[in-house]
Design a protein around this ligand. Structure first.
Ligand code: FAD
Length: 432
């Protein structure tokens, strides 16, 4: 293979890389897909909720053979103290009545194997167990990659889909290592539980599924949240926080996860479940302001490698697939001209700008900074709204107006009218 020249080399067989490889192979391009894991998915971690629209854009009838777990019909948010939780959510069986459903839980190892096999079936040369260490340049233009085994592979264009710690983007001089404020660390356990128990505990029928995002005391004032997703016969339970917060507090991620498992609002859901696996992974959460340049002469970057994550909405794999597809379309157009200069490849950024990818990233670019400035969002507010609910539902012989006054007084004492108005204004501005 080392002697072959490809139309395109894609590095990384995650959602971004496989979507890019499939799109180019369908257009008749000769594509190599290089993956450092023993097999695609071997090193990948996700919650994992997968969104149908972006997958269907790459594999139109994916649901016919894709290893899906449950169709999400129930999306919940818990705002927690150590003893209580405000629980809000939306449940609709309509989501499960359409094919495909809006989103599904998946197990990344199974999904990545299936997805990369689709690429191979279309003629992509998938090489696993190979780590790309460097880029090859000629006259300043990227023309291929060097592997850790010392092989050199050449192509008209390289697409870097090598995830959060993108070696390729660094070697291309497009970005430095991330700062601790630009990445979160997520830890996750998969806990085996018989499907009847899952369906009873989460009130689900058949292959319906549930997601729960959890905020408040559980992150101990750190920027982050926890999640609990139902698979067919297991529960994925995890928590992620900003790396600078872990450094500042010296709290260990696995301690947070252990506390979450013992939390009175959570422990009954997972009672008796057997741990199947534990994993940890970085999540790029610097957002729009941390994105590197997305192209250079002979190379494009997509997915986590380019910070394409929307943590407010738990989205990443969908941005990665959409960006991978757009990077591939740009290469297909460049091939028609036979030119792979930065000027020609800049069409990629224009595609991203008119799509949801950069629109959402721009709209959410200030949220994390605002929350960092207003830590009360993570500490005082969860306490206040839980105590307000406690007061609201408590029946103690006092008239309701006394309860309402107590709630008002509590908010004014703990945060004050001006601060509450400023907090609301800042969050409104940050959400765009
Ligand atoms: C705990 C956690 C929960 C998450 N939950 C969700 C969720 O529920 N929904 C959602 O949409 N997103 C979620 N995400 C985010 C999502 O996982 C990522 O956004 C998505 O995987 C990005 O896809 P990607 O292809 O860009 O990168 P990756 O999936 O990271 O794939 C990169 C690939 O490149 C390979 N690679 C890296 N370096 C090299 C190299 N030098 N040479 C060869 N191969 C290389 C890796 O092995 C890997 O296979 C979650 C992330 C975490 C960590």
């Amino acid at each position: 293979m080392a002697d072959d020249k490809f139309d395109s080399i894609v590095v990384g067989a995650g959602p971004a890389g496989v979507a890019a490889a499939i799109t180019m192979a369908r257009a008749g391009l000769n594509v190599a897909l290089l993956e450092r894991g023993e097999y695609a998915g071997a090193k990948n971690v996700q919650g994992a909720v997968l969104y149908s629209k972006m997958l269907a854009d790459v594999i139109p009838e994916f649901w016919k053979d894709c290893p899906l777990q449950r169709a999400i019909t129930d999306e919940r948010i818990f705002i927690m103290t150590d003893k209580s939780a405000i629980q809000v959510g939306y449940k609709s069986i309509e989501y499960a009545e359409t094919t495909p459903a809006n989103s599904y839980t998946i197990i990344r190892v199974e999904f990545d194997k299936w997805f990369s096999k689709k690429a191979e079936d279309l003629g992509v040369t998938l090489v696993t167990g190979v780590t790309v260490r460097d880029l090859i340049r000629e006259n300043g233009v990227i023309v291929g990659v060097k592997t850790s085994e010392g092989d050199e592979l050449r192509a008209d264009v390289v697409i870097a889909c090598d995830g959060v710690n993108s070696i390729l983007a660094q070697k291309a001089g497009l970005h430095r290592e991330w700062k601790a404020t630009e990445v979160a660390l997520g830890v996750k356990e998969v806990l085996a539980l018989p499907r009847e128990k899952i369906e009873d505990r989460f009130c689900l029928e058949g292959d319906q599924g549930s997601t729960t995002e959890m905020l408040g005391d559980i992150t101990k004032g750190m920027l982050g949240y926890a999640f609990m997703y139902t698979n067919k016969d297991s529960i994925a339970l995890g928590i992620g926080c900003a790396v600078d917060d872990f450094q500042r507090t010296n709290i260990k991620p696995y301690e947070l996860l252990e506390e979450l498992k013992r939390h009175p609002m959570i422990r009954k859901y997972i009672a008796g479940a057997q741990p199947l696996e534990y994993s940890a992974h970085l999540i790029p959460e610097g957002g729009y302001k941390s994105m590197p340049p997305l192209f250079t002469d002979g190379m494009l970057i997509a997915g986590d490698a380019a910070q394409m994550i929307n943590p407010t909405h738990r989205e990443g794999s969908n941005l990665a697939m959409a960006a991978g597809q757009m990077a591939a379309e740009t290469v297909i157009e460049a091939k028609k001209q036979g030119v792979y200069s930065a000027a020609v490849l800049s069409a990629y950024k224009k595609k991203l700008e008119v799509s949801f990818v950069l629109k959402d990233m721009k709209d959410h670019k200030d949220i994390e900074d605002e929350v960092r400035k207003r830590r009360e969002m993570l500490t005082i507010y969860p306490q206040l709204i839980n105590r307000a609910a406690h007061e609201h539902f408590r029946v103690d012989g006092e008239p309701k107006r006394v309860h309402q006054k107590r709630i008002m007084k509590m908010f004014l004492k703990e945060r004050g009218l001006l601060n509450m108005a400023l907090d609301a204004w800042a969050m409104r501005q940050a959400i765009g």
